[in-house]
Design a protein around this ligand. Structure first.
Ligand code: 5GP
Ligand code: 5GP
Length: 264
């Protein structure tokens, strides 16, 4: 079995029909399990091997299908039971901030923590730090300069799109995408302002669609009195990180039909 997983590009027919290849592949295994694997391989019908090869090939070639670009409204992050802390660099601007760029599968599930050997390394993104402080500010407590949030996002999500975006490019891509998508501008043009009043979820979605060209997914949280409020906006990005796309699948969760847009 190990041999099949490690060598998915070799046509399985060859494993079955070519004894020397089978031995070659089995030679990669430890001697004590080689014999056992040879027996297992010989006992599996060819059609079952073909199906298994298909799945092992898919798993290796398809890291993820698309990204969610997730932006948070700072007023809603702070306006909860848990409250928030401003970063050591000062109160962020009253604008949406990046939460993350998350590789996802079209099935709705997602990979996470894909490469423990590649932790966040601030020196790789030192040229982006100022822009990250402005556009990707942390609001978690205790106050810090953002490094903890960026490390978390890189390690949980960024490492799962390493095949496409190395560490520097991952952060640069997220910043470039945010610059392309002016969520607050799109909402304001439609008369949806962060003034603590309530707006219909439909008006919010329509405004973002009109401004960006793409359908967003809105995530709500609740203020201390239990009111539903605009917390995060999800937009979908193609696998290369270059273009917005219509979302192949939306996350789960519900907002009320009228939601608050708190000030910050
Ligand atoms: P929550 O439970 O607050 O929706 O999500 C908690 C965390 O799980 C998010 O901040 C994110 O790291 C991860 N997460 C939740 N939903 C998704 C999703 O649809 N795709 C990805 N890639 N991560 C998600
Ligand atoms: P996620 O929900 O993405 O899995 O986890 C987010 C993590 O980043 C949490 O551990 C949270 O404490 C931390 N974090 C730091 N700053 C922020 C922030 O501004 N917003 C959010 N949502 N999480 C933050």
């Amino acid at each position: 079995m190990l041999a099949l997983i490690h060598c998915p590009s070799l046509p399985l027919l060859q494993y079955k029909s070519n004894p020397s290849l089978k031995v070659l592949v089995l030679n990669f295994l430890r001697p004590e399990i080689r014999e056992q694997n040879m027996k297992v391989l010989n006992s599996i019908p060819l059609h079952a091997l073909l199906v298994m090869q298909l799945f092992s090939g898919l798993a290796l070639s398809q890291d993820f299908d698309f990204f969610y670009l997730v932006q948070q409204w700072p007023g809603s992050f702070c306006d909860t039971q848990k409250s928030c802390c401003y970063p050591t660099t000062g109160k962020p601007a009253a604008d949406f901030g990046i939460h993350g760029l998350w590789p996802n599968y079209e099935s709705g599930s997602y990979p996470s923590n894909c490469d423990p050997n590649n932790p966040f390394n601030p020196s790789e993104t030192s040229d982006l730090k100022k822009s990250m402080q402005t556009n990707w500010p942390t609001l978690a407590c205790p106050s810090n300069d953002g490094t903890e949030f960026w490390s978390h996002e890189w390690e949980k999500h960024g490492t799962c799109s390493e095949s496409v975006l190395k560490q520097h490019d991952y952060f640069e891509t997220a910043l470039q995408l945010k610059a392309k998508v002016d969520l607050l501008g799109a909402l304001k043009v439609a008369g949806v302002n962060p003034d603590g009043s309530s707006y219909s979820l439909k008006d919010i979605k329509d405004a973002i669609k009109a401004g960006t060209g793409y359908t967003p997914w809105i995530q709500c949280n609740t203020d201390p009195s239990g009111n539903s409020q605009l917390y995060q906006v999800y937009l979908c990005i193609d696998k290369t990180g270059s273009d917005l796309i219509e979302c192949p699948v939306f996350p789960r969760g519900k907002c009320a039909s009228e939601i608050e847009f708190p000030s910050f």
